[in-house]
Design a protein around this ligand. Structure first.
Ligand code: COA
Length: 255
């Protein structure tokens, strides 16, 4: 995988200069990697698509951070290293917090936001923080996170694979991610986001309930909501086609 500014990334360069669509950049959530975005999303036709491994995750070197602001600065440094113009940032859960922070603090770098299973405040359940802090309880923590991450309808093989991938990420990285989420709160600033915004949420999301997405849409002036019926927090893994269709419509409407 190529790396720029300490961030490894997967890319699919199908961008059509005729349409002038901005690059689409996927940012994963806590304990994740670029593989949290399925191929149907990483290879959208007619677009330049990038899926990042945040520092300390996947193939990226370095340490994870305990603040969303630091993560957003790392992503901005990556965008500048590739000399990309304004990007559409699609963030899942913690990645959505990073995307909102970029739009608030560096609006010139952001052409649009796609906020998937996330919110403007991401308090983390104390049980999750405790389980990811303890080596002995980490396996149990992964089981709990999986149970809360997928809907009842999710394919069992997919859930098993997600569990294996979770166990490959050092517990210290996952814990740092959840600390960063727990400290994130931009609810009072959401009205300052002035770029087109698509909000996507599974109706069965238990980690960032639909209420959070509804709040985003109520507060962000240019936001629209798409609810994916029956899907849980890992909505993009559970229902890739249902997620890719509104994303393509959203980006086509921008260019
Ligand atoms: N958007 C809109 N409203 C939000 C919000 C968001 N992003 N985050 C919190 N709120 C609301 C809550 O619904 C609640 O409203 P209510 O008083 O009308 O019920 C209020 O703000 C306070 O909620 P919260 O900040 O979450 O504090 P809490 O002490 O009530 O609950 C937790 C703390 C950790 C138990 C709870 O947030 C939780 O269960 N979290 C979900 C599980 C989790 O760990 N998710 C991980 C996210 S990465």
């Amino acid at each position: 995988m190529p790396t720029a500014a300490h961030i490894a990334y997967r890319e699919s360069r199908g961008g059509d200069p005729q349409t002038g669509a901005p690059p689409l950049v996927f940012i994963h959530g806590a304990g994740g990697s670029s593989l949290h975005w399925p191929p149907q999303l990483r290879r959208l036709p007619s677009l330049d698509v990038y899926a990042l491994d945040l520092p300390g995750h996947g193939d990226s070197p370095g340490n994870s951070s305990t603040t969303i602001e630091e993560m957003a600065e790392a992503v901005l440094a990556w965008q500048e290293a590739l000399a990309l113009g304004p990007c559409v940032y699609a963030g899942h859960s913690m990645g959505g917090a990073i995307a909102q922070t970029l739009a608030l603090d560096h609006p010139e770098a952001v052409a649009g936001l796609i906020l998937v299973g996330t919110g403007g405040r991401l308090r983390v359940h104390p049980d999750i923080l405790a389980m990811t802090a303890s080596k002995d309880k980490y396996d149990q923590g992964v089981d709990t996170m999986l149970a809360w991450s997928f809907s009842q309808n999710a394919d069992k093989g997919m859930v098993e694979l997600a569990g294996k991938r979770f166990l490959q990420v050092p517990a210290s990285v996952v814990h740092a991610d959840f600390l960063a989420c727990d400290g994130f709160d931009v609810l009072p600033r959401l009205g300052e986001i002035h770029c087109p915004t698509l909000v996507l949420c599974g109706s069965e999301d238990q980690l960032t309930p639909l209420k959070y997405s509804q709040f985003l849409v109520d507060q962000i002036p240019e936001a629209t909501l798409v609810i994916i019926d029956g899907a849980g927090h890992m909505v993009m893994l559970e229902r890739p086609q249902a997620v890719s269709a509104p994303i393509l419509d959203f980006i086509n409407a921008l260019s």
